[in-house]
Design a protein around this ligand. Structure first.
Ligand code: C2E
Ligand code: MG
Ligand code: MG
Ligand code: MG
Length: 285
């Protein structure tokens, strides 16, 4: 019966399913050697304050795969989370970002920060967990000096994490607070959480998701939304970063609403550390 009415379609379906599975298994296998083969690197995107100065950089991971070429994080972080490899990769990101912070502060001064994206799994896994790792960095003699490390790193988490708080995650968030590591809530507005979560969890920054910023040009609902987020965040003592800023018009609107920081292609794409160290912000604000 199957032979008669759809062998081709059945075969095509199972092949594409197989392709996806093979791809997934291959990537997970290749991830095992990616750190030791030095296939990962970080790029840095400047974050600008309302006066036009560079005040932070966001570190973003890239994977230069030996055969498949450059793989963006959206295509492998999920697999690394599923396989548990995100712990090791996440620790690599943090130690790399800390090294970069030393160079960045030499150029931009001691108030500049580097933010890193952190997976929920890094916070809920205690053994390989982020706090244990941060602790070891703090006592590492090659680590940053006290003055340099204070407030140097910002951890970016997502709303999803706050909605599924387990005990380890709760502890990790308290630990950040104690160690002077600030926390930013990334992609704000895309999840199901609300500003109530922000109020309950000692968040330092809200990052308005780029989908809202990009609608600013032609949707009045986006205008009111951004305005309201900024207003309420400020009432809660939280600073606001707009991500995905691409036009002067968006800059004008966001600063008009009192947005504290801007990040996006309008100012710069994510760039190498060398480029970051010589980046000149030349947009008039
Ligand atoms: P994210 O943390 O929300 O990072 C912002 C993303 O928006 C980055 O994509 C950045 O390149 C992109 N972007 C910045 N400005 C603009 C703009 O003006 N227009 C547009 N269209 N896009 C802009 P990227 O680097 O591909 O990263 C995607 C996501 O992957 C990140 O979203 C973050 O969730 C995750 N990710 C990146 N690096 C890491 C990492 O080291 N660890 C973990 N766990 N996740 C990471
Ligand atoms: Mg981020
Ligand atoms: Mg984001
Ligand atoms: Mg995002």
């Amino acid at each position: 019966h199957a032979k008669k009415c759809g062998r081709d379609s059945v075969r095509r379906f199972s092949w594409s399913l197989k392709d996806a599975l093979v791809q997934r298994i291959e990537l997970i296998k290749d991830l095992r050697h990616a750190i030791s083969n030095q296939e990962f690197y970080l790029v840095y995107q400047p974050i600008i304050d309302s006066k036009g100065s560079v005040v932070k950089f966001e570190a973003l991971i890239r994977w230069q795969h030996p055969e498949k070429g450059l793989i963006p994080p959206d295509q492998f972080i999920q697999f690394a989370e599923e396989s548990g490899q995100i712990i090791e990769i996440g620790n690599w990101v943090i130690s790399e970002a800390k090294k970069a912070l030393i160079d960045i502060r030499r150029v931009y001064g001691d108030d500049v920060q580097v933010s890193v994206n952190v997976s929920p799994i890094q916070l809920s896994n205690q053994q390989g967990g982020i706090c244990v790792f941060l602790e070891s960095l703090l006592t590492d003699p090659d680590g940053l000096k006290d003055a340099q490390q204070k407030n140097g790193l910002v951890v970016e988490i997502t709303e999803h994490l706050l909605m599924n708080l387990d005990e380890n995650t709760r502890k990790a968030l308290l630990d950040f607070r104690e160690k002077g590591i600030q926390v930013a809530l990334d992609d704000f507005g895309t999840g199901h959480s609300s500003l109530a979560y922000v109020m309950n969890h000692d968040i330092d920054y809200l990052k308005i998701d780029k989908s809202f910023v990009q609608k600013l040009d032609d949707e009045s609902s986006a205008l009111s939304l951004c305005e309201a987020i900024i207003l309420m965040a400020h009432k809660l003592g939280v600073l606001v970063i707009a991500e995905g800023v691409e036009t002067q018009h968006q800059v004008d609107l966001l600063l008009g609403y009192g947005c504290d920081y801007l990040q996006g292609f309008y100012f710069s794409r994510p760039i190498s550390l060398e480029q970051a160290l010589t980046y000149q912000q030349n947009k008039v604000i």
